[in-house]
Design a protein around this ligand. Structure first.
Ligand code: FES
Length: 151
């Protein structure tokens, strides 16, 4: 196989379990790249398979394509992640996953106060913030953040 960009899009799709249209999409988003052969067909470097595998794993964790792209960009010379890089990325993503689980658990507790309430108060309900009027107090879910900041 060598170290050349010689994989067709069909071959990459078959080996990764990702559709050709998804590969086009990843490429348009800058997550993978290809070269063109003499007949202007896409040809992929074999390392694209590892890259797509990491994209799929990260998506299963619920990470956005932007987040994945930033992670790839953080690697030295924007190369395909090796095993050591994967350890680093997966540890960072584990922390992100833990943060999100904790946030969902807090949300679940807050949701209990909404069940049977129905006030949908813009000032009091942590789940409702019509027109994002709380944005003046900072980015993100301000009421939830306030709860997180409390000991
Ligand atoms: S609906 Fe009343 S606190 Fe959320």
């Amino acid at each position: 196989m060598g170290n050349q960009a010689n994989l067709s899009i069909g071959s990459v799709a078959k080996r990764t379990g990702v559709t050709a249209s998804a590969l086009h999409f990843y490429e348009a988003k800058g997550l993978i790249s290809s070269e063109r052969d003499a007949s202007n067909q896409r040809r992929y470097h074999p390392t694209v398979i590892r890259r797509v595998s990491i994209i799929k794993a990260a998506q299963k964790l619920g990470l956005s394509l932007e987040n994945i792209k930033n992670a790839f960009a953080s690697l030295p010379s924007n190369r395909t992640p090796d095993q050591k890089d994967w350890q680093k990325l997966s540890m960072a993503w584990q922390e992100e996953l833990d943060r999100r689980i904790a946030s969902l658990q807090r949300l679940s507790v807050l949701m209990n106060s909404c069940i049977g309430c129905g006030c949908l108060s813009m000032d009091k309900c942590p789940l409702y913030n019509q027109d994002d009027h709380l944005s003046q107090y900072g980015p993100g879910p301000v009421l939830l953040q306030q709860k997180e900041d409390q000991p």
